[in-house]
Every structure is written in structure tokens, then in C-alpha cells.
Design a protein around this ligand. Structure first.
Ligand code: TYD
Length: 134
């Protein structure tokens, strides 16, 4: 089952009297090479609702909280994202729905590909049809 590859990772944190610095290094804390970073902010509605075909991602709730429901071809699972020191690794070909954003929520995403709008399955029907063929 593909969802078994989804995992929450502990982001290394460095605390001292000035505060906390959290850092992530490719191939050490995450298994992929980082080609893209984007963040979602000033959020006014649900996000996601697609499955990347070839992109693996790490999502971090930099501020506030939100929920995310992930689907593989047989099941689904919800994660509450409310800890800035934990990132959610989501491999490619998982359909994701992000919802229940708190006020001032910010989600940082690290990804292993450059952006290509054609490399998404944008409906659940297209998603199930695609994953049932592979
Ligand atoms: P979209 O995929 O709908 O965002 P979300 O996954 O949060 O629902 O993308 C919103 C817009 O941003 C769309 O016009 C495409 C653009 N975009 C980029 O230019 N680069 C990126 O890396 C991403 C993820 C989106």
C-alpha cells in the first residue's frame, strides 16, 4: 500500500537562549534532492485536490495548523499538521486534500521537481483510473 510510505519526520532543531533554528538537509533528513520550494499563505479556501505524478514532497506547517487527507488507490488517511518541528513526507501518486486551515496558517513545501502543471492528476476519477493501470 502506497500510503505506508507517507511518514512524519522529526526536523532537527537547535535551541538556545535566542530561540530555535530548524534545518533540513537533502539525503540526510529527507530522501530526495530539493529542486523547488514553495509556500502557501493567506489561505482562504481548501488547497491541493490533486495528485502529483512525479513529485515527492515534504510539507511543514510553518505557522498555524491544517488537516490533510491522503489517498492511495485503496484507502485514505488524515493527518493534523500543527507542529512546526514535524514534516510530512508524501511520495508521488498520492491524492491530497488540504483543509481546516487556521488563521495565519503557512505551509512550506519542499519538492524534488521543477513545477510542471501537466504533471498532476486533478480529479479523483483521473487519479483512480491512473493508479489502477500501473
Ligand atoms: P495549485 O497547484 O493550485 O496550488 P495548491 O496545491 O496549493 O492547491 O497552484 C496554484 C497556482 O500556483 C497555479 O497557478 C500554479 C502555480 N504554481 C507555481 O507556479 N509553482 C508551483 O511550484 C506550484 C505548486 C504552483
Amino acid at each position: 500500500m502506497h500510503l505506508e510510505k507517507v511518514k512524519l519526520i522529526d526536523i532537527p532543531t537547535h535551541a538556545d537562549s535566542r530561540g530555535i533554528l530548524s534545518s533540513i538537509e537533502q539525503n540526510i533528513d529527507i530522501s530526495f534532492e530539493i529542486k523547488r520550494v514553495f509556500y502557501i499563505h493567506h489561505i482562504t479556501g481548501n488547497r491541493g485536490n490533486h495528485a502529483p505524478i512525479d513529485t515527492d514532497e515534504l510539507l511543514i506547517p510553518i505557522s498555524g495548523s491544517f488537516s490533510i487527507r491522503l489517498y492511495d488507490k485503496t484507502s485514505s488517511k488524515v493527518f493534523l499538521m500543527n507542529d512546526i518541528t514535524k514534516g510530512l513526507f508524501i511520495p508521488r501518486l498520492i491524492f491530497l486534500e488540504m483543509f481546516d486551515f487556521s488563521e495565519n496558517a503557512v505551509c512550506l513545501v519542499l519538492a524534488n521537481t521543477k513545477y510542471d502543471a501537466n504533471k498532476y492528476l486533478r480529479t479523483k476519477e483521473d487519479f483512480y483510473s491512473y493508479v489502477n493501470k500501473i
